[in-house]
Design a protein around this ligand. Sequence first.
Ligand SMILES: Nc1nc2c(c(=O)[nH]1)N[C@H]1C(S)=C(S)[C@@H](COP(=O)(O)OP(=O)(O)OC[C@H]3O[C@@H](n4cnc5c(=O)[nH]c(N)nc54)[C@H](O)[C@@H]3O)O[C@H]1N2
Ligand SMILES: Nc1nc2c(c(=O)[nH]1)N[C@H]1C(S)=C(S)[C@@H](COP(=O)(O)OP(=O)(O)OC[C@H]3O[C@@H](n4cnc5c(=O)[nH]c(N)nc54)[C@H](O)[C@@H]3O)O[C@H]1N2
Ligand code: SF4
Ligand SMILES: [Mo]
Length: 679
Amino acid sequence: MSDERVVHAACPHDCPDTCAMLVTVDDEGRAVRVAGDPDQPVTRGFLCGKVSNYLERVYSSDRLLHPLVRAGPKGAAEFRAVSWDEALDLVAGTLRGVRERHGGEAILPYSYLGTQGFLQSDTMSARVMNALGATNLERTICATAGIFGTVATQGPSPEVDPELWPHCRLIVCWGWNPLSTAPHLWRLILDARDAGARLVVVDPFRSRTARVADEHVRPLPGTDAALALGAMRSMLDAGLLDEEWCRAYTTGYDEVIARVAAEPVNYWASLCGVPAEQITRLGHDLALRQPSLVRLGVGAQRHAGAEMAYRTIACLPALAGSWRHTGGGLSYIPTAIAGAVDSSPLKRADLRPGPVRTINMSSLGAALTDPELDPPVAALVVWGSNPAQVAPDALAVRRGLSRSDLFTVVLEQFMTDTARYADVVLPATTQLEHLDALFSWGHHYLTWNDPAIAPRGEAKPNTEVFRLLAARLGLDDPCFSVTDEQMLAELFASAPGAVRLEELRRRGWAKIDLGQGAAPHAAGHFATPDGRLALRCDQLADRDVDPLPHYDPPAEVADPELSARLPLALLTPKTHLFLNSTFANQARQAGAQPEPYVVVHPDDATPRGIRDGSLVRLFNDRGDCVLPARVSDNARPGVLVAPMGWWGHPGAQATTSQRLTRLSRAPTFNDNRVELEPV
Ligand SMILES: Nc1nc2c(c(=O)[nH]1)N[C@H]1C(S)=C(S)[C@@H](COP(=O)(O)OP(=O)(O)OC[C@H]3O[C@@H](n4cnc5c(=O)[nH]c(N)nc54)[C@H](O)[C@@H]3O)O[C@H]1N2
Ligand SMILES: Nc1nc2c(c(=O)[nH]1)N[C@H]1C(S)=C(S)[C@@H](COP(=O)(O)OP(=O)(O)OC[C@H]3O[C@@H](n4cnc5c(=O)[nH]c(N)nc54)[C@H](O)[C@@H]3O)O[C@H]1N2
Ligand code: SF4
Ligand SMILES: [Mo]
């Protein structure tokens, strides 16, 4: 009999499902199986097509196993292997030199949720960066604009527990493609459908989710607020607004009604490009098919006016009376749940020697190439992210990464496009090789991750690398020597969300209880300043923003001059089998989706002489790329779709804009005008 043991783990990737995994380890210490935990109510015993062959990732022969120092031109991925001592001495010595020459702010940390673990995402790293007085990185690349908008309307809320979605009779997936991007939350939607729920998808693109929906509503990109206002008007016209609930639990009902009464459904139809009958059906369904749920994704918040779009959409369930019902209301990121365990104290912002500047991660290209920036970014330290592929305006990013006077350090598991530009590459452990605990931005569970195997080669956890760097940088505060175990003990000391560390560790997962109950806002209790849902948002008025729901148009998509020259709008959503750019180097995932492409509607293809399979050049003033065309009405006329994530050339990311959204400085990947020509 072999002596196998099963270890509790957590999928670390930036996905709302945050699956509880079981890792089987044999008596030689080798992981032989990964599986979804059958007892975890959202994971339900399966892992997705990205992660089910995780052992191929962990044991891949492409893993970075030793520190590397650049031995060729930047971007060429020519390195020589060195010892940890040599690599760390070089990094610490260079960071010290940069700080002496330009000050700490010339150091820019760059990280995101490559791992979502409380520890490995940004704890010891944050302490070191804070102590050095490095620039503060504003991490807005993912969901920020939508959070700003939904919070403006309903405050930070636990939102609707996805385990209650099966109660719904209508689910609207708005700018969300869960069949690909949240396969476990998708199962809960399927449960609702089995019980009779109708599924509506709001998306310009016929995504995999849209393909199987009962109804597909296809607005022009960035016009979702117009669609929502049209739906409100249709409810008003039919006498379907829940005035009683709104008067009891919202602010600004009469003003919003006056606003909504000002324009007919036809007016909004002409702005968003959705037929008035369909808008009306959406409005009526939301009011009549209770419990009704609007579930927003990230796709519709990648436009200049995104905050107002999400805020306006968040008013719909209130007007429809959905919050009265178990399962009804609005969900995006369950902000109260996702924030229940506050890891910010672990980052020790108090270590900063004084105020520091902020650089937005979605403006990396500008930050690295702006000759006026004072101090310049002279050192870039990257972990848990692949900015050469995922940051907008990729050619600018790559010009920046190519600078000979920039010192770049990348902590990575694989030789990503970003790592190719590094001066020093430090090998990182995978989730099976380090300790962590994870929050979720999709469901209400925390998940534990014990290390299952020893680190491969000389790979080290991010926390350990920054501990070693701290010692070499002469940072001697005791906080730089606490262990990972000690940090987790501190994080859970007060049993946040009523979760105790022992319980979490023993079972591998635990549900957060904020006392939200099954219908958290049936009787108000919003976390807004006055506890009421803000149909009128006075905090916006304080910022000189119209406090009533309205349509704030996209920047490039709605620009008539630009559209004369660049007539097509481009969306760059996620792929089915990569997670952003993660997994693009793995044989099974890349084999199933081997190359990037652009979906073109026949009305746009034919006049340009483009046939299905033709190579086309996609371009605008920022950059270009050559891709095969897929001619199909999965794209809307005038709207192209080129999914993101492949390695090598930045692809359509060469055309995306560094423009930020108006209210929360988030990226505008889907607010992008381009033209197309055959090659
Ligand atoms: N398979 C897979 N899963 C993932 C990821 C992945 O890359 N691949 N990434 C993970 C991450 S980091 C995130 S943030 C989530 C994202 O998950 P999703 O929110 O599903 O992400 P997207 O695919 O970017 O966008 C969803 C849809 O929005 C549509 N869309 C674009 N512009 C608009 C618009 O103006 N209005 C409307 N109504 N729709 C619009 C797109 O066409 C797309 O089909 O998924 C996570 N899970
Ligand atoms: N055009 C376009 N661009 C987009 C988007 C879009 O929809 N369209 N979506 C945006 C969104 S929503 C997001 S969230 C960002 C995501 O952008 P990123 O966070 O950069 O996402 P990934 O491409 O998954 O890169 C994560 C990297 O972290 C590494 N990693 C994983 N675990 C660890 C670890 O423990 N330690 C270390 N050191 N490294 C680790 C992985 O190997 C991987 O290379 O992309 C954004 N970019
Ligand atoms: S990527 Fe998402 S769905 Fe896939 S295993 Fe990880 S958490 Fe689960
Ligand atoms: Mo994201």
